[in-house]
Design a binder for this molecule. Sequence first.
Ligand SMILES: [Zn+2]
Length: 472
Amino acid sequence: MSTRSSRYLLAAVLLGACTPQSQPGLQPEQLQIAEQLRDRALAGTQAYDLVASLTSEVGHRMAGSENDARGRAWAEARFKALGFDRVWTESVSFPVWDRGFESAAMTTPEATKLMVTALGGSIGTPEEGISGELMLFESAAALIEAEPGAAAGKIAFINQKMERTRDGRAYGQAVIARVQGASAAAKAGAIAVLVRSIGTDTDSNSPHTGTMRYDNTPTRIPAAAVSHQDADRIEALLRDGQTVAISLQLGARVRQGEYQSANVIGQFDGREKPEEIVLLGAHLDSWDLGTGAIDDGAGVAITMTAAELIGQSANRPRRSIRVVAYANEEQGVFGGKAYGEAHPEAINTHVLAAESDLGAGRIWRFQTRFADHALPLADQIMTVLAPLGIERGDNEAFGGADISPLRNAGVPVVGLNQDATHYFDIHHTENDTIEQVNAEDLDQNVAAYVAVTWLAADYNGYFGDPDQTAAQ
Ligand SMILES: [Zn+2]
């Protein structure tokens, strides 16, 4: 028997409970309090005001920029102002990418400006820019499979389109073009890569930024995204058999050395088992084109507000509620990884984790990643969520990028899935601003988080595999 199992059983005996097979259900009073908290959130919260404050007082929070530090100061001050019992930071370091200037133009068959943005991590072009003919690839896969030299001397244009879905599932596939496009294009001999923006808008002319990565291909080439309207124009000309040439200037660069940022953390301590934690996460950083309102100011506001509603209520739960505003998710989940490394004991202390990072739309589905014995609890939680218009999802919750290290370690996670139908219209563009946020939708999010968080934090049992789950 593992130490964990024996601890679990010891705890079970001490609690006068409950082998895993016979864990208690949630009690009627606990469900009643969850309903009260839910309805209080629906009556109106400060979540919208928090997003407005973050986006107007700090603006964007590009990792490693001046606003990175200002964002951290904002989060610390807010946690304190909201009355969290404890507020602290945990360091996160990473290399800094500077965007610099960016511009592009079509030179053949007509001379016209193109709306482009550098992809995060890209190298710049020589000062005079890079000029060349475009070569069309219908998808990232087509470029990855291209013969070496197939695009020699050309600028590879990846014309992959992204499907609009409520759960955002198309993103994982679409984003390969952005992340892997440059190295795939370099292998094919290209001198730069131009990617149709990873997004679902058709009526804006705003390019979508986002991170890219060079693999170990020795040649590194510049990478940019072009707006959908301009991509449509380019596509039409190429399909018409015309030669399309462009010039591209990018001032992007990676700074020397590492930048010290931090995850900013606030906690309300549990009344009975403060060492056991329900973790709520969102990322504090954003891209720099807009102000990071829906990605992910909304998530920061939702999780802070949900914790605060519980922490300031008369019903302090058994366990602690910890909110983590993660550093630099956008450029490689640096904050999430640092948290996982700083908390190798998480599997024994973190009872449940959830992350809000799919915009500001209403929550429509509740996914779990529970051990089988805990699935009846999900049905009980659903009785509180269903009146919010939320349906039961599967038991395969992803959770979120920042809590992936926890999930991978075996910590149970839930997914309170936001409606992402319109999220990828504005994701990583200049249009990600407070105008995209609806206060009532945010309050519905808070209502769902507050219910799930309260129930998990006050529950007298566990959601995970008894061999792994917290039991001290
Ligand atoms: Zn995000």
